[in-house]
Design a protein around this ligand. Structure first.
Ligand SMILES: [Zn+2]
Ligand SMILES: [Zn+2]
Length: 97
């Protein structure tokens, strides 16, 4: 069980928004970590250690299956679409599991 946050691009011309855990988290499918896929230009949660044994795997983008990923650092990582700042939506604390 973990929580997810919504990150919104502060650039009004794009309304990019992504809902991710914002760091390392643990869900029913294993351990996930928020990363930016440089190929899809998306902020996503990537499975880093699948349940039940939680053995670390090489993280891969779900969509393009490429390992061109960068770790997401809240407050530091910029919008993958346009490079503007991302702001955490304070009302977006969603629980998942
Ligand atoms: Zn991708
Ligand atoms: Zn943007």
């Amino acid at each position: 069980m973990g929580s997810a946050f919504s990150y919104k691009c502060t650039n009004p011309d794009y309304s990019y928004e992504a809902t991710v855990s914002g760091g390392k988290d643990c869900g029913f499918c294993g351990e996930v970590e928020s990363m930016v896929c440089l190929d899809c230009r998306e902020l996503i949660d990537v499975l880093t250690a699948p349940a039940p044994d939680l053995k670390p795997i090489e993280p891969r983008c779900d969509k393009c299956k490429v390992q061109n990923l960068r770790k997401f650092y809240p407050g530091r990582t910029r919008c993958p679409k346009c490079g503007a700042r991302l702001r955490k939506d304070p009302n977006s604390d969603v629980l998942w599991d």
